[in-house]
Ligand binder design. Structure first.
Ligand SMILES: C[S@@+](CC[C@H](N)C(=O)[O-])C[C@H]1O[C@@H](n2cnc3c(N)ncnc32)[C@H](O)[C@@H]1O
Length: 291
């Protein structure tokens, strides 16, 4: 991601300015998965991007106005237009109008728990090898960022989450982005994953909770042979302890990965790495269950 506000430290600092407090409305998809080319319509979320690349996510509502320091834009001016247009606020300032991507939603949606950022979500999909119909146990589900990423890739998810408020936030976020039909493949239970996993013959176990090593023995019996376990951990100490548990419970092919994402400034003769980058978010550790 190139969003410079997407800064996350070891404790995954909350990016308050970059969030919206209102529930995000479903994107412009008719089946929850396939973007379609049609005019913007009332009820869908759109991004307004100003000249300084500040991004605002609004839900198009007839009669409402979007206000900023450069004046206001009537939602009615946008409804019926095509995305990609540039509109002018009444005082000054142009705004580019685009439908948000999944990464935009993840960064802007209401949060309970801190989310995994897009820079790690993409690689995580590959390391966990998520495929349509994959039977996945995910825990904790937090705000649902990882859930919606895996669901959009076709996974069928049982989610275990300790906190009822986070579980309900995740379900709201996921259905807002992917539509209510996704609940056929997304069930979230309020429970402690350290105490066990009921599912069997799982294809994948994907973890983002403080002590993933407490889940390893349960994953060893819940995963089918060849199944993959992945844990996201903010610190290397957690990754090391998780690796030790993987060895102790007979997992193979373990690897720990850190994803570094450096954007470049490219303007005329000035071609160099950007001064700022997200220096650290977390570590991704993955392994296979063997027979
Ligand atoms: C950092 S958040 C997960 C964020 C999520 N991956 C996302 O992208 O939105 C960690 C979550 O793990 C949950 N959690 C912590 N310990 C747990 C446990 N033993 N069982 C289930 N969930 C747990 C927390 O309540 C919290 O919601």
């Amino acid at each position: 991601m190139t969003d410079p506000t997407d800064v996350a430290g070891t404790e995954r600092s909350d990016d308050e300015d970059n969030q919206v407090n209102e529930p995000v409305q479903a994107p412009a998809t008719d089946d929850g998965a396939t973007p379609v080319a049609r005019p913007l319509r009332a009820g869908e979320g759109v991004l307004l991007i100003d000249g300084k690349q500040r991004r605002y996510l609004i839900t198009l509502t007839p009669g409402q106005e979007f206000h900023s320091h450069t004046g206001f834009i009537r939602h009615d001016e946008l409804i019926g237009r095509s995305e990609g247009v540039t509109v002018r606020a009444n005082r000054s300032g142009n705004f580019l109008v685009l439908r948000p991507t999944l990464a935009d939603y993840v960064l802007k949606m209401p949060r309970g728990a801190q989310v995994i950022y897009p820079k790690d979500l993409g690689p995580l999909l590959m390391l966990a090898d998520i495929f349509p119909g994959a039977r996945v146990l995910e825990s904790g589900v937090g705000s649902g960022a990882l859930s919606m990423t895996m669901l959009r890739a076709g996974a069928d998810i049982a989610g275990y989450e300790l906190r009822a408020d986070f579980a309900s936030r995740a379900v709201k976020n996921v259905t807002a982005v992917l539509g209510p039909d996704v609940l056929d493949r997304y069930r979230v239970e309020e429970r402690d994953t350290y105490e066990g996993i009921d599912e069997v013959d799982l294809d994948r176990v994907v973890l983002d909770l403080p002590e993933p090593w407490q889940v390893t023995p349960h994953a060893a019996t819940a995963l089918r042979p060849g199944g993959i376990i992945v844990a996201y951990t903010p610190t290397i100490i957690q990754a090391v302890q998780f690796r030790e548990s993987l060895t102790a419970h007979g997992f193979a092919q373990a690897e720990t990965v850190e994803v570094l994402n450096r954007t470049w400034h490219i303007e005329g003769q000035s071609v160099r790495p950007d001064h700022r980058m997200v220096a650290h978010t977390g570590f991704l550790t993955h392994a296979r269950r063997v027979a």
